[in-house]
Design a binder for this molecule. Structure first.
Ligand code: AMP
Length: 221
């Protein structure tokens, strides 16, 4: 894959490691990552109209309406930084979003280089999501099983107290996995038959092992 100006989508269930792997690609490929979940959480924290609307869906593990999310993505793709490539993380999540993305890309004169699918069995997802800890101060993400902070409960980067994301609590996780299999999993078939290259990875193993496979595919170093 051409390393310059890469435009990729990271697809996979919640807890597959899209955020963790995407952050590493940001550094090695020198391109921005747009995570719709992060944009929405920022909006909730800032108490904007978008945040107020999104919160009720996020708290329940449901999807924020397509037109709201498509509006956010339209804005980031129109920004000058996107001309040099980007990673979309957590978007698209429905067929309507995938179709909407095609339109947004065409409007900007962009073409996706690849969709990278991170596949992880459900029991492993539940384990990973239960182990996830986030720093509300600086946004750093840890996992007690795979990438714990040096001092338990404290952020290595800013010293903040780590928290469990509200939607990583067990009942919400179950709903997010259901929502994923009903709404997002069908995208795999959609991309399998679309002209965009789809790479399907078994995203099990260590973070480093999975990342090295991803790097081989995207060709940044
Ligand atoms: P994430 O951080 O990607 O797990 O997203 C957290 C929550 O934000 C999801 O459970 C949804 O409520 C919402 N969300 C994030 N991305 C999308 C999207 N593309 N479409 C609809 N809702 C989304």
């Amino acid at each position: 894959m051409n390393a310059g100006k890469l435009k990729i989508v990271l697809l996979g269930p919640p807890g597959a490691g899209k955020g963790t792997q995407g952050d590493r690609l940001v550094v090695d490929c020198g391109i921005p990552k747009y995570a719709t979940g992060d944009i929405l959480r920022d909006a909730v924290r800032s108490g904007t109209a978008l945040g107020l609307e999104a919160k009720q869906y996020m708290d329940a593990g449901e999807l924020v309406p397509d037109e709201v999310v498509l509006g956010m993505v339209r804005e980031v793709l129109a920004s000058p930084e996107s001309r040099n490539g980007f990673i979309l993380d957590g978007f698209p999540r429905t067929l309507a979003q995938a179709e909407g993305l095609d339109t947004l890309l065409a409007d900007e004169g962009f073409k996706l280089d690849a969709v990278l699918y991170l596949g992880v069995p459900d029991e492993e997802l539940v384990r990973r999501l239960a182990g996830r800890r986030v720093c509300p101060g600086c946004g750093a993400v840890y996992n007690v099983h795979t990438s714990a902070s040096a001092a338990k409960g404290t952020c290595d980067s800013c010293g903040g107290a780590l928290e469990i994301r509200d939607d990583d609590k067990e009942d919400v996780v179950r709903n997010r996995l259901r929502v994923y299999s009903e709404n997002t999993e069908p995208l795999l078939d959609w991309y399998r038959t679309s002209p965009t290259t789809l790479h399907e990875l078994a995203a099990v193993g260590t973070v480093d092992e999975i990342y090295s496979e991803l790097l081989d595919l995207v060709g940044c170093s």
